[in-house]
Design a protein around this ligand. Structure first.
Ligand SMILES: [Zn+2]
Ligand SMILES: [Zn+2]
Length: 166
């Protein structure tokens, strides 16, 4: 965790903005996650982390919005229309160039790297004269745990099922 926090601190500092403990620790939580997290899940992980940090909802939203604006994270809508946040594949000052997978069963949202050439294929779909500079792509289905029939008993997936409800 310590090195992730240090890495997060460097990323926040690289924006030239004020480095606050909340920004650093929220980013560190996102960097350690292997899926996009709802704010309730971010809150839970902060509270269970080594600092047992409790951030109120308003502060957390402000920090998450700042991370998105700064290009250190991106958000994607979950099935319940609540935002999920991820630090994966986020490049400062650039659109997100990857897709997402949303499990219909446990509602996890996972970032996926776009294969080379995908963006070109999508550009080929554009009508004459249209220009695109970003894409949003979401595949729906079952995640590996749910496809294996263990989605509801898997502790982590189960936690997301509960935590993603606001
Ligand atoms: Zn699932
Ligand atoms: Zn993503």
């Amino acid at each position: 965790m310590a090195s992730t926090v240090e890495h997060a601190r460097q990323r926040v500092r690289s924006t030239g903005a004020r480095v606050t403990g909340a920004r650093v620790r929220v980013l560190a939580v996102l960097m350690q996650a292997d899926e996009a997290l709802a704010h309730t899940e971010v809150q839970r992980r902060l509270e269970q982390g080594e600092h047992h940090e409790v951030l109120d909802r308003v502060t957390l939203y402000r920090v998450l919005d700042w991370l998105v604006e700064a290009g250190l994270a991106h958000r994607v809508a979950g099935p319940d229309r609540a935002w999920r946040y991820s630090a994966q594949g986020s490049a400062p000052a650039g659109p997100v160039r990857h897709g997402h997978f949303r499990c219909r069963h446990c509602e996890r949202v996972v970032c996926m790297d776009a294969p080379p050439g995908l963006e070109g294929s999508l550009q080929d779909m554009l009508p004459e004269g249209f220009r695109s500079d970003a894409f949003e792509l979401t595949l729906l289905g079952q995640c590996a745990a749910c496809a294996a029939g263990s989605g509801t008993v898997d502790a982590r997936a189960g936690a997301h099922l509960v935590e993603s409800r606001d």
